[in-house]
Design a protein around this ligand. Sequence first.
Ligand code: PLP
Length: 401
Amino acid sequence: MTDISEFVYLDNAATTPLSEHVASVMCECLQGGAKGLYGNANSVHSVGRKAFSVLEEARYGVMKAIGAKRPDEIIFTSGATESDNAALYGMVAREIIRRKHSGNPVERPRILVCEIEHEAVLEAADVLKHHGVYVDIIPVNKGGFVEPEIFERMMSDPEWEGQTVLASVMLANNEIGSVQPVAKLAAIAHTYGALFHTDATQALGKTMCDMQKLDVDAASFSAHKVCGPKGVGVLYIKSGSPFNPYLVGGGQERGLRSGTQNVPGIMGCMTAFKDVVEHMETECSRQRALRDKLYAELSSIPAVEMTVEVKPGTLEYLPNIVHVCVHGQESETMILRFDLAGFAISGGSACSSQSLVASHVLRAINTPAHMAKGALRISISSATTQADVDAFIACAREVLV
Ligand code: PLP
């Protein structure tokens, strides 16, 4: 096996390496014994207050990075899975109670979720379904986009008048990279009195991700997708939006998410968010050029087809994701062959025990089953160089024949 330190890592949509800057900030925090940073941020004494001030500095930094209005709109979580779960459970529950108290009860609560959401949203919607909430699925077109006209038709369905409490559409997809018209969709949802949540996990630093401009009620983020630590995330809840706490206990995060805060992790998260947003413009155009080169070179290999049509330079798809299907090959076999050659990439198919099943995303965009079997996702980050991409292309010419 190739020495892992020599690996070319091209699976950055799954996770990214910790940046040196983030690591140094976290180390300083973790080794903060002498500086008194080991305190519980909720303790009243000076040691606790020191940790609290660092925590609040991080909250302010995240607020700035995502364009939120107030620091108390930021809730630190364990990652995007928790943020997605908490947003769906917490907002739907509170909104139903709120409407009941306002004398306008919801008889048949309904939510809308997009067909290509991450499982953290789809499974949470399924749990709500088992608690009596109607779940309708918002379809996507063959490019992987929600069409606002279709969304509006679903929102305005007279059969559901006044019953839709929330809609959830991700800002960018983790498999094919399609960027959704979230500002437009959120405005439509609001017109019909529904709340709007977006999973922005893959979007931060790669497309416009400003909470005030998007005007969403809630959004989910994760630090490890932007060269930050794993196990730390953010749930943005717009000030005044209904939200029932999902984790209860000691009342941390103003009672909205209990549990002693992981201050070093949170500082790492804030640093990663700040860095990715600060370098967004230059980094996105650099990554877009690498993406376009990968698409051009890979699709010149006869067996390879682009899964979605990504035009050079387009902003409609993320700058860091390349998704192709290879005729006559299976994802797993190709991933292992690339692995042996020293490249880490991933497939777009989930493998069940007996057969390769196309992912729900590929099924949603009608990718033929024989093509979906050979799905490959190559995803880059700020750590990916031109040389990495060139080496991968040379290897692909040998593997993908
Ligand atoms: N949402 C999207 C779009 C993702 O890509 C991921 C990560 O795979 C998640 C949610 C879950 O994130 P986390 O690993 O932080 O729980």
